[in-house]
Ligand binder design. Structure first.
Ligand code: ADP
Length: 327
């Protein structure tokens, strides 16, 4: 493939996230501004393999900046894990003369892009589109702010009824491997306990504080749990607590997929627009196979292969804040 990028493909892959559309819009319009041709690839790597690709113009992305989901649709694609699948994808790009790729997705999607670019010398740029925020090299991922605000709004409502009845509530938020949604939404709603996959929960400590509250007849307690915490989410935690304190009435609410949908917040639209713009700038300037993050409000380009090596880290101070503010 020649080095100068003239025709790019764009796809969204893995879990969807609000703000992906704003990123698509930014990529398409910046590419056209730079004289590049843009092709939308439907359903992530699946569409690349099946040649489900269409030409995009400026109007193709009109009126989408405020919409959740992704107009390019997304998918998980088994075939792309295999060399044969990736070869088919490459043949389709070659046939169409597409010589640059923008991938909007999570770290799995980036792993696919790293492999693909290594094998077939296609320049790829990655944008973090994931509600989980578990990506190294960036303070923000597209979709996180919207998801966490949706969780906060829902938890606030549950807190109203919880307080009215003096109840204990366990609210499960998304996060199989990452606790950022739980941690941020839990702190923002004044949760007494926040359980995340990155930390082992001290159940004795929790039972002790509930017993203490019971003794004082003040049994209002909000527990926010990520689905992948060490108990395995709200239902499992409920079982453990009921075994230890069968007399307690504990309610559960699993927020589920509402956290993925909805109109992106201003912050998500902004970071998606900035990242989308920079993705094209990178391709045009010959900075290939990079991941575009934002650190300390500055754009941060790191090799895509570095971005998949490690996850972000939960700051210990945040855990301390949870404990102190809940006391
Ligand atoms: P996310 O991008 O949200 O982390 P996944 O982990 O499901 O979501 O990855 C999305 C897709 O990326 C997968 O369905 C697969 O097609 C591709 N992919 C992920 N990891 C690899 C890999 N190691 N090699 C090739 N393709 C991969």
């Amino acid at each position: 493939m020649e080095n100068k990028v003239s025709k790019i493909g764009i796809l969204t892959s893995g879990g969807d996230a609000p703000g992906m559309n704003a990123a698509i819009r930014a990529v398409v319009r910046t590419a056209i501004y730079n004289g590049l041709e843009v092709n939308g690839i439907l359903r992530g790597y699946q569409g690349l393999i099946e040649d489900d690709i269409y030409w995009m113009e400026s109007r193709s992305v009109a009126n989408i900046i405020q919409r959740g989901g992704t107009i390019l649709k997304t998918a998980r694609c088994k075939e792309f894990y295999e060399y044969e699948g990736r070869k088919k994808a490459y043949e389709n790009l070659k046939k169409r003369g597409i010589n640059g790729l923008v991938v909007i997705g999570g770290d799995g999607s980036f792993r696919g892009a790293v492999q693909f670019s290594k094998e077939f010398n296609i320049p790829c740029v990655g944008l973090a589109g994931t509600i989980d925020k578990d990506i190294y090299g960036t303070d923000f991922t597209i979709g996180f702010d919207t998801a966490v605000n949706t969780a906060v709004q829902a938890i606030d409502k549950i807190r109203d009824t919880m307080e009215a009845h003096d109840r204990i509530f366990i609210i499960e938020v998304m996060g199989r491997d990452a606790g950022y949604i739980a941690l941020h939404s839990g702190i923002a709603t004044g949760a007494e306990n926040i359980l995340i996959p990155e930390r082992k929960t001290d159940i004795e400590d929790m039972v002790h504080s509930l017993q203490e509250k019971e003794r004082r007849k003040k049994l209002v307690n909000l527990i926010v749990v990520a689905e992948g915490d060490n108990f395995g989410g709200a239902e499992e935690l409920h079982k453990v607590l009921k075994e230890r304190m069968p007399q307690l009435e504990i309610r559960i609410c699993i927020l589920g997929h509402i956290q993925r949908g909805g109109s992106p917040t201003c912050l998500d639209r902004l970071i998606a627009s900035r990242m989308g713009y920079h993705a094209v700038e990178c391709l045009v300037q010959g900075q290939h196979n990079v991941f575009i993050g934002i650190l300390n409000n500055q754009m941060n380009y790191i090799p895509l292969s570095e971005a998949v090596k490690s996850k972000g880290h939960i700051n210990e101070e945040w855990m301390k804040i949870v404990k102190i503010l809940a006391s």
